[in-house]
Each structure stands twice: as structure tokens, then as C-alpha cells.
Design a protein around this ligand. Structure first.
Ligand code: MIC
Ligand code: SF4
Length: 641
């Protein structure tokens, strides 16, 4: 029986486990990446493991999220990360060098290799044929220490792309179409593997837009074959020697298949407040727009911004729109500057921001009250822009540029003659903002500023787990609800006590105070709890607040691991009807918790206030159960070393 590509790459990296979907497997990680908002924590955890040098083929520390530096905190974290990277054998990409996923694709991604990153959009690397997975920082720390990455073997879904996109329609519209069909829960437990004759017309940066936003499907990752188009990109990056051909066997089998006729796709938009709330731009109509933001790891490649420059050249941005553009990398920036496209953008009235995540993570450019903001980003979760009353729409760069010119949401087909942008034969390569680690690590002093506080470590699980229900939440609660990130909070990613005052505030502002007064307790939630970011702060901060268990209808993949790594019980209602029977402040308890966990996958929870018991599932491997019993991955790792 033929093998699909995802299977082949995983098989090459398998360390243990049977590769049947749903089983726990362990794989070897070739490369790791961190960014600065999750990196500080990852490196603090790495340091706690007492390993002298990283054991991966290559590990990188990018600075791209926290670049606003409104106070000393960001700069402190950057110094810490730079010194840790230098000491432990990690390459350091300086602030200004670009967004981790964009730079990684340009300079380091390698077909057939595995990449683990402490950022949920790490699957961007699938655009160049990697198995690239997002995880919490602690998992990345373990991989840097040479440990395997454990995951559930996903189902492999074949996405067959047929034909060619029409003019003015782009890769972003393909992934928006998939989100429209499958929703933000549709990819849970799956890898999306792309195939079909449509691949021929999609360059690596376009493929990377698709794999990037596969994260919004809840997928483990997404992957494209490594073919002539991959070679073309790698050659233009001066890395043709790192190219290999990779594809599925001709008789490969898949768990699922979906087909997309590219010629049928039209310009699409994801409406507030979810990336799967997709409609056609025409159906949404010419709504008035106040802000347009172009950039982010989804759409900030050279080709994306060249398209925007061509659309804006010689024209003026509508006077009611603020247009901001963040190029994805120094390479993109330099090339736009040298070929004059940057001048076209500035001349049209665009405000040029640094090569970084910027407004995508709420680092500045919060929209006005009730504003409509059209963004080429990947997430429009409630509050993420920094303005609670803002309405954020996600589109392609073409739609965004047309909208900036007209001041209303615009289908770019209305602009007339389509623009054409081709892949350059040679990208401008200059890696001088990537600093190689030292040869004399013992001489390096790690620099720790006052913003770097200790992180909480759980205790061994107790026999009786009890506490009040501190929150009852609905479906699709995102990481931006649990641990908001904005210009005011992002600088405190290495300061859990400070962050704890903001936990779950977008859902209920009284939560931190109530949790502290109660000394912790339980959280109750609906489906897909904690979709979104990989930030382990969404588990570490609840741990700090004394949260012992989260009982949900279902969990998002990365978050469930982060809970386990923190020693917080991730419990799933066996009967969803029980969710409706629990109210705020109900006292819940689990007796003989350790014994129940060792014995099976079902636990009995008692609602002591209402006087009934109900069952919850914790379908975990024995290794994951051991982690929970030990009070988290750090305790477990220490115990087992
Ligand atoms: C995001 O897009 O939400 C982030 C910011 O990149 C996060 C990481 C973080 O919260 O630091 C992610 O996607 O993992
Ligand atoms: Fe940065 Fe936004 Fe990409 Fe997250 S989604 S890595 S914040 S650009």
C-alpha cells in the first residue's frame, strides 16, 4: 500500500509508537524555533534542565513579537534570550530581522525535516515540505535538550487542489475557503496534505500562506510536497543544495480527501470574530473601513507586498483609512527598498512599520472605537486588536490593498486589469542579523533583568482535588480570552504574577480576584477550549491562580498539552448534558484522584453543592498520566532523568 507524504516524513523521524491515527507516537525533532513572547519561558525551562548545549540540528531564537519596547521589559527579555542563545548553541535572529515563520521559510526550512516551534503558526514550514508543529515552550525546551516530541498520530487528510486560481484571487482565499467548509474545529487531530495539479501554480510563499492558516483549522500541521516549485524558491534563496524531492506514492492512501476547484474560488473575507466566519467579499458588500493592516506571518512575503505595491503605485490611500504595512522580513524590506516598491507604498500614503508581528499581536495600531479593520492576518479573535469594540475582517493582500484605496471593503476584481508578480530569480540574501552562538559557552554570562520572574511549578497531584467552579464558559474560548496579549501585557510574558491579574478578563473581569480569594478551583468550558496561540501562559497563569482542573466539552490540541505539562487536569464531559448542570460557585471534588487516573480513563466528579456525581474522560497515555501525577512535565522530567 502506498504511503502519503506526511506518513513518510513522520516514519523517518519515529522514535516510538505505532503510527496508527489516535496512538501516541514520539518523533525526533531536527530544528526548533522560539519567538520572544514564548521564548523567555521556554529558555527558563530549558535552563532548569541543566543541559550544556542544544542537541538539535539547528535551533533558532527569533525576536519578532515584543518589539515595541514601551518600557525596559521587552529589551530585558531580548537580552536574556540573546545571552541564553549564545551560551547554549542557538542561532539568534535580532529584532528587525523579521517574523519567525517568514525568516525560517526563507533561510532555514528544509524539505523532509521536522520543526517544533513555540508558536502556533510553526506549520508555515509545511509550505516548504517540512513536518512543522507548534507546541508549548516546555515541549520545545525538551526537544532542544534532545528529547523526543510526543504527539497523537493524526489522521491524514488529502486536499486535492485542481486547476488554477482566477485573476485577483490568491492563496489566502484558498485557506479561507477551507475554513469556511471545515470550521475552526475541522482540523483537530489531522494533518492536511496538499496534492493535485493545482500545486503547479502555487509558489512556496503562497503554499506557506495556506499551511500557516491551517493552524486556524485546529490542525496538527499541513504539508506540501517538495517539487520543482520548491526548488525554484530554494534556488532563489541560494539554498538549492538543501533541496530534495518529496512526494506521496502514486497509490498513497489517506484517511480523508477533500477536493477544491481553484477556478471556482472568489475573493473571500473572514468576518468578526472568527477565522471561519467566511463569506465572499461581494456578499459582505462595501462596508466602510477605517483601518487596513497588511503583514503578519500569513501574508508578508516579498510577492505579497509586491502585489500591494503594484496596486497602490501612483494612487492615494482613501483619506478615511489608516493603512499600515509590516514587511515579513529584512529580506523583504531590503528588496522592496532597492526596487522602488517601498517608495510606491510610502508615496500612496501607507504607514510602514517594522518587520515584526506588530498589529497582529496587538503591538500597536489598536483601531478606533467601533472601527472596522481589514487585515491580511490569520486571527480576528475578539479583543486581539487591542480594541474591544473593533470589528476585524481577514482578507488577502489584494482585497486589503483595493479596500485601502476605496475606503470600503472592495473586491479587487473591481480594479480592472489584474497585476502580475513573479518570483525573483534571486532573493537578496544577507544573514547578518542572525547571530551564531559562541564557541566558548563557559565564558557567556546569562543576563537576567528584573522583569524575569520565577515561573510556577505544580506539586504532585493530591488524592483529593476540590474547589469552587470559578468560571462556566461557552464554546471556542481562545487564548486571547484566557491570557490576553496586547502592547500593555506582552512585555510581561516572563512575569507570571503580573499577568495573573488579567487572566480571563475579556470573559469576566472579576475572575482573577475571585480566583485569588478562593485559592483556586475548577474551570468549566464548552467545545474547543483554548483554540489559538501556543502560549503556555494560558496554562501557567491559571496554575499560578490555583486552577486544578478544566472540565470542557473538548480542548484545542496545543492547549491540552500545555495543561498537562503544567499538571492541570484536562477533563472532558462524558455526557455533554452535565455541562448545563454546573453553575458558577458550585463546589466540585474528585476523590481518590490518583487512583482513578491510574486505573482508567474515566473519573467521577462530585458536584457537592448540587448533590450529584458525573463522569469525565481523561483519555491519556500512561506517560501523560505520569506527567499529570507528577505535577507537570518539569517534575516528571527531573524524576526520570
Ligand atoms: C499568536 O499569533 O497568537 C502568537 C502571539 O504568535 C502566539 C504565540 C504567543 O502567544 O506568544 C501563537 O500563535 O502561538
Ligand atoms: Fe506573529 Fe501574528 Fe504570526 Fe502570531 S500570527 S507569529 S503574532 S505574525
Amino acid at each position: 500500500m502506498g504511503k502519503n507524504l506526511a506518513y513518510k516524513i513522520i516514519e523517518k523521524h519515529i522514535i516510538s509508537g505505532d503510527m496508527t491515527a489516535g496512538n501516541e507516537i514520539a518523533i525526533k525533532i531536527d530544528q526548533t524555533l522560539t519567538q520572544d513572547s514564548t521564548g523567555t519561558m521556554a529558555y527558563l525551562q530549558f535552563e532548569a534542565m541543566n543541559i550544556s548545549q542544544v542537541k538539535t540540528k539547528k535551533s533558532l531564537a527569533y525576536i519578532d513579537h515584543n518589539t515595541l519596547q514601551a518600557g525596559f521589559e521587552n529589551a530585558d527579555d531580548h537580552k536574556y534570550i540573546q545571552s541564553v542563545a549564545n551560551k547554549y548553541g542557538i542561532y539568534f535572529s535580532r529584532a528587525g530581522n523579521g517574523i519567525c515563520h517568514q525568516v525560517h521559510l526563507e533561510r532555514f526550512g528544509r524539505p523532509g525535516w521536522t520543526l517544533l516551534g513555540s508558536d502556533s503558526h510553526t506549520p508555515t514550514g509545511g509550505g516548504i515540505g517540512m513536518i512543522a508543529i507548534g507546541s508549548g515552550g516546555l515541549d520545545v525546551a525538551v526537544a532542544m535538550a534532545g528529547g523526543p516530541y510526543y504527539m497523537t498520530m493524526p489522521k491524514i487528510c488529502n486536499v486535492v487542489l485542481k486547476g488554477e486560481l482566477s485573476p485577483w484571487v490568491s492563496a489566502k482565499d484558498i485557506i479561507l475557503e477551507i475554513l469556511r467548509r471545515l470550521t475552526v474545529k475541522g482540523g483537530v487531530g489531522k494533518i492536511f496534505e496538499y496534492s493535485g495539479d493545482g500545486l503547479e501554480h502555487l509558489s512556496v510563499p503562497e503554499r506557506a500562506t495556506i499551511t500557516n492558516m491551517g493552524a486556524e483549522l485546529g490542525a496538527t500541521t499541513s504539508v506540501f510536497p517538495s517539487d520543482e516549485r520548491t526548488l525554484e524558491f530554494m534556488r532563489a534563496q541560494g539554498r538549492e543544495d538543501e533541496w530534495i524531492e518529496l512526494k506521496a506514492d502514486s497509490d498513497a492512501t489517506y484517511d480523508e480527501t477533500i477536493e477544491i476547484d481553484l477556478s471556482q474560488i472568489v475573493p473571500l473575507v473572514a468576518k468578526p470574530h472568527s477565522p471561519d466566519n467566511v463569506e465572499t467579499v461581494r456578499d459582505v458588500g462595501p462596508i466602510k473601513v477605517d483601518q487596513v493592516c497588511i503583514g503578519s506571518c500569513t501574508n508578508s512575503s516579498y510577492m505579497d507586498l509586491m502585489k500591494v505595491a503594484k496596486i497602490l503605485k501612483g494612487k492615494t490611500v482613501d483619506h478615511s483609512v489608516s493603512l499600515v504595512i509590516s514587511p515579513g522580513s529584512k529580506q523583504v524590506n531590503t528588496m522592496l527598498a532597492k526596487n522602488g516598491a517601498l517608495a510606491d507604498l510610502i508615496d500612496a500614503g501607507a504607514r510602514i512599520l517594522e518587520s515584526a508581528c506588530g498589529p497582529c499581536i496587538g503591538m500597536g495600531q489598536a483601531p478606533a472605537t467601533n472601527a472596522v479593520s481589514v487585515r491580511t492576518f490569520n486571527r480576528n479573535f475578539y479583543g486581539r486588536s487591542g480594541t474591544m469594540s473593533a470589528n476585524v475582517y481577514l482578507t488577502s493582500p489584494e482585497v486589503a490593498a483595493a479596500t485601502a484605496l476605496r475606503g470600503v471593503l472592495t473586491d479587487p476584481r473591481d480594479l480592472g486589469e489584474p497585476i502580475k508578480v513573479t518570483m525573483p530569480d534571486r532573493f537578496e540574501v544577507n544573514d547578518n542579523s542572525i547571530i551564531a552562538p559562541t564557541d566558548t559557552p563557559s565564558e557567556v554570562q546569562v543576563v537576567r533583568g528584573p522583569n524575569i520572574k520565577e515561573f510556577p511549578i505544580n506539586d504532585k497531584l493530591t488524592e483529593r482535588v476540590e474547589g469552587k467552579t470559578l468560571m462556566v464558559m461557552e464554546d471556542d474560548i481562545t487564548t486571547d480570552h484566557i491570557m490576553p496579549s496586547n502592547a500593555k501585557l506582552l512585555p510581561f510574558r516572563s512575569n507570571i504574577p503580573h499577568l495573573s491579574d488579567y487572566c480571563l478578563v475579556p470573559v469576566d473581569a472579576s475572575f482573577p480576584k475571585r480566583a485569588k480569594e478562593a485559592g483556586g478551583g475548577f474551570l468549566v468550558a464548552g467545545h474547543n477550549y483554548e483554540q489559538g496561540s501556543s502560549r503556555e501562559h494560558a496554562a501557567l497563569v491559571p496554575l499560578y491562580l490555583g486552577i486544578k482542573a478544566v472540565i470542557a466539552k473538548s480542548f484545542a490540541r496545543i492547549h491540552e498539552s500545555n495543561l498537562i505539562n503544567s499538571g492541570i487536569l484536562p477533563l472532558v464531559f462524558k455526557d455533554e448534558a452535565d455541562y448545563d448542570k454546573i453553575e458558577l460557585d458550585d463546589k466540585l471534588s474528585i476523590d481518590n484522584a490518583r487512583e482513578q487516573i491510574r486505573k482508567g480513563n474515566i473519573l467521577i466528579v462530585s458536584n457537592d453543592t448540587k448533590g450529584f456525581v458525573f463522569e469525565v474522560r481523561m483519555d491519556l497515555s500512561s506517560r501523560l498520566k505520569d506527567i499529570i501525577l507528577s505535577g507537570g512535565l518539569l517534575n516528571y522530567t527531573k524524576k526520570n532523568v
